[in-house]
Design a protein around this ligand. Sequence first.
Ligand code: SF4
Length: 214
Amino acid sequence: MSFTRKLLAWYKRNARVLPWRKTRNPYAVLVSEFMLQQTQVSRVLEFYPRFLKRFPTFGSLARSQPKAVMEAWDGLGYYARARNLHRLAREVTRLHDGTLPDKPEDLRTLPGVGRYTAGAVACFAYEKPVATVDTNVRRVLERAFGSKDVWELAERLVPKKGERAWRFNQALMELGALVCTARKPKCPECPVRSDCRAVRSGIQIRNRQPGHPR
Ligand code: SF4
């Protein structure tokens, strides 16, 4: 069985139920991606529903005062994200008729959106078959394939069909979050261990510092 098929079979059985995985609403997906930069899932789960309830659309966020946005973000930290999200909502409303672009190259022109977030939103909201590499994905690909250019590898691996690409990217992230963790990866229970270069060659697995690319 191929790496992708093993990964997807594992994901089907083990994926956590997370609210941003149940939606394809571009605004809701974007908010989750901004919150997940630098912040643990458990913490985001506390803030995410409240924030969406208070600001349910790009328009409602764009019309809000900066103070109100900061209040809703208070406790999540890294406040530049909230300022960028607010600016982004205003730009989307003013320049794009309230519709978030769906191409990574257009998404990257927006405030606070880097290569990772552009790929994540294009794939998770619009099911575009594009790669996205966060810290978890980078760690899995470096260990499993011994790859230095993980973006190039992720672009080669990502399935060409959008819905499968969505599951593939979610699954890579989930494997990095639950099994191929920075410290003490759970290799004996890993679905791709028979393909894993780090395991095959007995390479000592080095820790990566936590962090999240934009
Ligand atoms: S076998 Fe271990 S190192 Fe390799 S991908 Fe799985 S958890 Fe990571």
